[in-house]
Design a protein around this ligand. Structure first.
Ligand code: GCO
Length: 254
């Protein structure tokens, strides 16, 4: 019997995998033995990321499509499955952030955040469910957020979307459980990513994050790889519908 965290033989699609949390998670799944397919919209960036993860190119691929485009998602997943067989693991990581006071929030920014952060995970799930059902197993890992639980000024649409991701996870888990498909979420706290560059470089915000976080620091994207591998693997075979906070303790402290 293989070790339950071993992902050998599994096909894992990670959206938004060219950089940041998605890249770190894709690398973790690769190191656990999966064949990783990196999704994004920038082919060159994805290819650089793929080569960094899989130097000999034997167990990786890229899939260039916009996760917010329903037809592109269907075609993109179909192409992956034509090349590699049904997708066993999906990490719905792709996400964007925009920051404005609520009363001035541009309608197009609201639409973009909801489309990418909430609608897209559902579209990708819809595309992979049939293949997972045929196999009687699958693991969907949605990237929620500390903001699935808490709020802060100027990011209300992101907060609403990430709150929705937590419920999307529960709803899909409930509906797909009988098919052997598990659906869980990871809720990152404040991580050192390019999405947060403006916050990291703001001395006052940086000090607030460090003071407000029991572990007194920002997270490193590689610190999400372990929980992603765990939730993707048979080690989590009876875990579904859960949201795991990886936030240095911020969500549990005042
Ligand atoms: C912000 C940040 C946060 C974090 C993360 C927390 O503007 O407060 O972007 O949203 O990035 O999502 O989970």
């Amino acid at each position: 019997m293989s070790f339950p965290l071993d992902l050998s033989g599994r096909v894992a699609l990670v959206t938004g995998a060219a950089r940041g949390l998605g890249f770190a998670i894709a690398r973790g799944l690769y190191r656990a033995g999966a064949l990783v397919v990196l999704n994004g919209r920038d082919a060159a960036a994805l290819e650089r990321a793929r080569r960094e993860i899989d130097t000999d190119g034997a167990r990786s691929d890229v899939a260039v499509f916009d996760v917010a485009d329903r037809d592109a998602v269907r075609a993109g997943v179909a192409a992956i499955e034509a090349r590699h067989g049904a997708v066993d693991v999906v990490v719905n990581n792709a996400g964007i952030q925009r920051r404005h006071p609520a009363e001035e929030f541009p309608a197009e920014d609201w639409d973009a955040i909801i489309a990418t952060n909430l609608t897209a995970p559902f579209l990708v799930a819809q595309a992979v469910i049939p293949g997972m059902k045929k196999r009687g197993r699958g693991a969907i890992v949605n990237i929620a957020s500390l903001m699935s639980e808490l709020g802060r000024p100027t990011i209300v649409p992101y907060t609403a979307a990430k709150g929705g991701v937590r419920q999307l996870t529960r709803g899909l888990a409930t509906e797909l459980g009988p098919s052997g498909i598990r659906v869980n979420a990871i809720a990152p706290g404040y991580f050192m990513t390019e999405m947060n560059r403006a916050l990291i470089d703001n001395k006052e915000f940086d000090a607030w994050v460090r003071g407000r976080t029991p572990m007194r620091r920002w997270g490193d994207p590689d610190e999400l790889a372990g929980i992603a591998v765990f939730l993707a693997s048979d080690a989590a075979s009876f875990i579904t519908g859960q949201t795991i906070f990886v936030d240095g303790g911020m969500s549990t402290s005042v």
